[in-house]
Design a protein around this ligand. Structure first.
Ligand code: PMP
Length: 404
């Protein structure tokens, strides 16, 4: 299958309806693909019922659709099986689930290793765990370009370490984490590894088996699927060792007035009615993504990111954040403009039909490392094209003229 950005764009109804929009905020949310939209619509029209407890045909069809979505997610992640896929409300919910379920087994003196590049959703839940259980947090430092500095790993991942929780790729710099040494260090001390995959999933299939990690969290909406659904993938034996977080319907074995036993994973972690149609949409989006020509699409987004970075490099007063080598990063491009607040730049850009995000991007510790309060971020996916990059560069020149 050959790739064309214009053709790809045609699979995204919102973009087709807004031909003049230069949507470059994909790191915040990818647009919904028609495969997901069609799957949600047909599910809601034909199979809408609650899952798990129904004995009539419609409910059995809803059950089948929901469990099929689990299989589709497992295939995208190269998981050992669908029972390793826990549906959540998103990455944030998945990490909070783990911070509670895994955190239950930790005590004062135990350590969780994070990095300073984390999104707040892989930062704050662990700080809250520190308050609850007295565990210590260790923060992997960053190199000047925002990549994790893994040169002193053995100082950070000690015998006290029970979990290493790091991002697969930064939502600010796009820097891709070199997970292999982290996994090896964690294995050497018997610690688990959680990866925040929120940014990685929209750039192609993830292979959790090859990564060798224990837990992987992501959100549907970044993978061109509906909002309100996400995934905590966990290796079977790692999930089986955890107690539930939320209690309620669907997660039980047997309830009596005296006590409750738990269902096996993944149900143990899915109390209450799950986001059924959203999960069906997510499964359809991932199946569709799996069939795309990713090598061509990566070449396309890398070319665009390079063109953007070359265009930015000649703008006066512009400071680029992150590694320059596109082999070490996703096509997420963040920068500051001397004397111009990111929000003001974004507003001028909006006048040019360019949607980008400005601010701290929920990564204030990373901003602190760079010594800035915020940045403008443009994030590219395969439906973006030269016109999007051109409009952004033209809009920035205008912003500099007006605000600089
Ligand atoms: N981690 C990273 C790296 C992210 O980019 C995001 C979303 N910006 C999240 C976690 C949180 O995702 P959600 O808001 O969908 O839970």
């Amino acid at each position: 299958m050959s790739f064309s950005a214009a053709q790809w764009r045609g699979h995204f109804p919102l973009l087709a309806a807004h031909p003049k929009l230069h949507y470059l905020d994909n790191a915040a949310t990818g647009q919904l693909c028609e495969a997901a939209l069609d799957a949600v619509t047909s599910h809601e029209l034909q199979h809408r019922a609650n899952v798990l407890r129904g004995t009539y045909r419609l409910a059995e069809q809803a059950d089948a659709a929901y469990e099929n979505a689990r299989r589709q997610v497992a295939a995208y992640l190269n998981a050992a099986g669908p029972e390793e896929v826990v549906f959540t409300a998103g990455t944030t919910a998945a990490i909070n689930l783990l911070a509670h379920a895994f955190g239950e087994g930790l005590d004062a003196g135990d350590e969780v290793v994070l990095s300073l590049a984390e999104h707040h959703s892989n930062f704050v839940p662990w700080q809250m765990l520190r308050e609850r259980r007295g565990v210590a947090l260790r923060f992997l430092p960053l190199a000047a370009d925002g990549r994790l500095d893994l040169s002193r790993l053995d100082e950070f991942v000690s015998q006290r370490c029970k979990l290493v929780a790091v991002t697969h790729a930064s939502n600010v710099t796009g820097a891709v984490t070199d997970l292999a040494p982290l996994v090896a260090a964690a294995r050497a001390v018997g610690a688990r590894v959680l990866v925040d995959g929120a940014q990685a999933v929209q750039h192609g299939q993830v292979d959790v088996a090859a990564l060798g990690v224990d837990f992987y969290a992501f959100s549907g909406h970044k993978a061109f699927a509906p909002t309100g659904v996400g995934v905590l993938w966990g290796r079977s034996e790692a999930l089986a060792a955890l107690p539930p977080f939320l209690g309620g319907g669907g997660m039980i074995g047997r309830v009596t007035a005296g006590e409750t036993t738990w269902a096996p994973p993944p149900r143990r972690f899915e109390a209450g009615t799950p986001p059924i149609a959203q999960a069906v949409g997510l499964g359809a989006a991932l199946d569709w993504l799996r069939a795309q020509p990713w090598a061509d699409m990566h070449a396309h987004t890398a070319r665009l990111a390079q063109r953007l970075m070359d265009g930015l490099a000649v703008l006066p007063g512009l400071t680029f954040l992150g590694p320059r080598d596109l082999r070490q990063r996703l096509p997420i491009v963040s920068f500051t403009l001397a004397g111009i607040h990111p929000h003001d730049a974004c507003q001028i850009l909006d006048g040019h039909g360019v949607a980008v995000r400005g601010g701290h991007h929920c990564a204030q510790p990373l901003m602190d490392c760079f010594g800035v309060a915020g940045a403008v971020r443009a994030s590219l996916v395969p439906y973006n094209d030269e016109a999007d990059v051109g409009a952004l560069l033209a809009g920035l020149k205008d912003a500099m003229r007006k605000l600089g």
